[in-house]
Design a protein. Sequence first.
Length: 174
Amino acid sequence: MPVVIPKGVDVEIKGTYIRVKGPKGVMERTFPQSMIISNKDGEIVVERPSDERTHRSLHGMTRALINNMVVGVSTGFEKVLEINGVGYRADMDGKNLVLYVGYSHPVPMTPPEGISFEVDAKARQIKVSGFDKQLVGQVAADIRKVRPPEPYKGKGIKYLEERIRRKAGKAGKV
């Protein structure tokens, strides 16, 4: 399945090295030598030398990574986290994110290059956005790790679409 190159995105292919430049940023990556990557009529086509098991798995992975690069530099990716708990909140301090999640101190988080944070205080949500899908997911996971949701009251930081399995507390006196 070819990867369609949208308008405003430049793709440079040198063997298995690909450089993708778009309005959101620039990404470059080297892929396995066995994959054949070419640009045909505004589409990137990935081909494999044989139907061997390793070549089949590398073929799908290579195509998915190239697609993520093209989508990332053209539209970008975003993950939304939600804060639950009495007194739990998040604030922005310049570009940095500051979490107040029940510890005796605030927890500052500095965004890596290419990542930006956005806080909605009313909805108690944090948006992590950037052009590198892997980095956006990793930063969101690091924020969630500060205070993961607990199963009894559901307090903590969770992904917006995540469902927390709730447990019953201990039974009262009979």
